[in-house]
Every structure is written in structure tokens, then in C-alpha cells.
Design a protein around this ligand. Structure first.
Ligand code: FES
Ligand SMILES: [Fe+2]
Length: 327
């Protein structure tokens, strides 16, 4: 019968492309206090070694499973809060205080993951093999031409649904009718966009250009590239149900006017949160596993290209991370 929809089928919701994912802003990770993070269902602890480089280990101590995020960093080593075992940035257990003179057994060592600071963000890589190069970023994040105001949010939504919300031009007149979509007409006669190998999607959107880099980065630029205001977000699959969004509201004007940062942060968060309820409501949780399982119209063309790229990932042999591989 027309209008009747089948119950959503289970979709592939627990694999994600293996790449660098951002876990926090660099400024949030100091020299003394470790920080907990979670990516693709893996609990991690972040800290800085004696050179200030960010390191990522499994979050729970190899001794009795205490949370290493409760520990302290001393001379670049992370000391567990429970019995003081010390771990270096490679996860090697370097000291067991109860037995300072005994050799350290192999099973005391912890697992380490590649991590780095780049563009003012801390990134981790959970892929099957080490990925040595730092993640490539949009130039606006590293040139210093913009004052970048950080903002962040966590949504109860699958990564794919969150990504699609930033490729969507038809929602502006509805979801954002009081902010960025105020002057956007509901009718979208044609979406102007181009796609580069499926990995980079650029969309002309009124006065701006949206650019998305598969799978986790997005930027909004003014159309003429004359500087001004940019907005950047990166998406991190915390697990199959949850996505961390870390963003920058960037401006090349009024860089040092007091109070402007707060204004920009508040506005960016307001716009972001206008999407939240709708995106968190979507069923099935990830995008469905075939194009025909949802209705598409011409205004959805950029999302369709994203889906094709996502399906290529799901069905191909690109490196992937699996949520909860043990269950
Ligand atoms: S639980 Fe970490 S040192 Fe004992
Ligand atoms: Fe939106």
C-alpha cells in the first residue's frame, strides 16, 4: 500500500573506516592530567610524554583494570592511581612500585595507538596497521589566517546520519529557518556540486561552499574565498550509537575583539543543535544498507554520492575498525 513503510532492516552499523579521528582539542590535554576518550567502542586514555607529544593507550590498567584516566603523568609516564604502575607512551610498563627490583613481566605492558596533535586537535588512529602521516586538514586550520573558536557536541546518532546532515541542502529552510536558513527558499531546483573520486564532495550552497572529505571532515567557506567566516567540523564515531562533533567557528576579521569568541561559539552551537533532535530521531540508526531502502529526490544528490562511497567502503577491502570486536 502506498505510504506504508517496512520496519527498518538491520544495517551495518559497527564498522567504520580506519582513519584518524579527532578525540579532543589539543588545549584540553595538559601535561599532568590524562584524559579519557572513546573511539569506535574502544576506551582510550590520552596523555603527553616528556616531549609534550600526545600518546594514546588502552584505558584500563593491565594490573587490575583501574581506569588510567584517574592517574597522573610524571616525567612523561602515566602512573595508575591504584598501585602506581607506570606506563610510557608506547604502553610499556616501566615501573611496578611494589617490586622495584624485579623484572617487568610481558603481560604488564599496555596497548598503544598512534596519536598526534594537528590543527589544534588531538587525533588517534585505530587501524590495523600503523598510519604514520598526520591527517590531512583543510588549510584554514593550519595557516593561522583565522581565529578558530572551538566548540563541540555529542549526539546519539550514527556517524553516517550525522555526515548526511551536513550534506543536506533541503533541510536548511526547515531545520534552520530561524538561523542560517532564514533566507533560503524551500524549493531546490538544482543542487550544484562536484565529487572527486567519491572522497571529496563540494556543494555550492547559496552564499557558501560546503566541502566534505570522506569520512570525517567538513568545512563551510564563503563563496568567493575572500576570507571572512568559516565553519569546520569533524566527526568521530564514539561507538555505533554515538558521534562526537568537534568544530571551529573561524573568522579572519575582528580577531581580537573581546567577547566575539563567545558570540561565535554560541551561534555555531545553536545552529548545530538545531539539527540534533531530527538527526537523533532517524531510523534505522545508520543509513540503510541499500539506496532503494529510502526515497531520494534530486535535492538529495550529494547524500546519494556519500551513500555510494559508504557502500563502497562497506563492501570493499579498505581498512576498517570494528566496534566491540570481541562480542
Ligand atoms: S590497577 Fe593499575 S596499578 Fe594496579
Ligand atoms: Fe543542519
Amino acid at each position: 500500500m502506498m505510504g506504508e513503510r517496512k520496519a527498518p532492516l538491520p544495517s551495518e552499523d559497527h564498522v567504520f573506516p580506519a582513519t584518524w579521528y579527532a578525540v579532543c582539542f589539543s588545549s584540553q590535554l595538559g601535561r599532568q592530567k590524562p584524559l579519557a576518550a572513546r573511539v569506535a567502542g574502544r576506551d582510550l586514555v590520552l596523555f603527553r610524554d616528556s616531549s609534550g607529544n600526545v600518546r594514546a593507550l588502552s584505558r584500563y590498567c593491565t594490573h587490575r583494570g583501574a581506569d588510567l584516566a584517574l592517574g597522573r603523568v610524571n616525567e612523561g609516564r602515566l602512573a595508575c592511581a591504584y598501585h602506581g604502575w607506570q606506563f610510557d607512551g608506547d604502553g610499556r610498563c616501566a615501573c611496578i612500585p611494589a617490586h622495584p627490583d624485579r623484572p617487568i613481566p610481558d603481560f604488564a605492558h599496555n596497548r598503544a595507538y598512534p596519536a598526534c596533535d594537528h590543527g589544534g586537535l588531538v587525533w588517534v588512529y585505530l587501524g590495523p596497521e600503523a598510519m604514520p602521516q598526520v591527517p590531512q586538514l583543510f588549510p584554514e586550520l593550519t595557516t593561522g589566517a583565522y581565529r578558530l573558536v572551538p566548540y563541540q557536541d555529542v549526539w546519539q546518532a550514527h556517524l553516517t546520519r550525522v555526515v548526511e546532515s551536513v550534506l543536506d541542502v533541503a533541510h536548511l529552510a526547515f531545520v534552520h529557518r530561524k538561523t542560517i536558513g532564514r533566507r533560503t527558499p524551500a524549493a531546490i531546483p538544482r543542487v550544484s556540486f562536484d565529487v572527486d573520486h567519491g572522497d571529496r564532495i563540494r556543494i555550492q550552497n547559496g552564499g557558501g561552499v560546503l566541502e566534505y572529505w570522506f569520512p570525517q571532515m567538513w568545512i563551510l567557506r564563503p563563496a568567493e574565498r575572500q576570507g571572512g567566516f568559516i565553519n569546520f567540523v569533524t566527526f568521530t564515531p564514539v561507538d555505533a550509537e554515538t558521534t562526537l562533533i568537534l568544530g571551529y567557528a573561524g573568522r579572519s576579521f575582528a580577531r581580537s575583539i573581546p567577547g566575539m569568541d563567545a558570540v561565535f561559539r554560541r551561534y555555531s552551537l545553536r545552529v548545530l543543535r538545531e539539527d540534533q533532535q531530527v538527526v537523533e530521531s532517524q531510523q534505522p540508526r545508520p543509513i540503510p544498507e541499500a539506496l532503494r531502502m529510502e526515497a531520494h529526490v534530486p535535492a538529495d544528490a550529494p547524500q546519494v554520492r556519500f551513500r555510494q562511497r559508504w557502500y563502497r567502503f562497506l563492501t570493499g577491502d579498505e581498512p576498517r575498525v570494528t566496534v566491540n570486536p570481541s562480542v
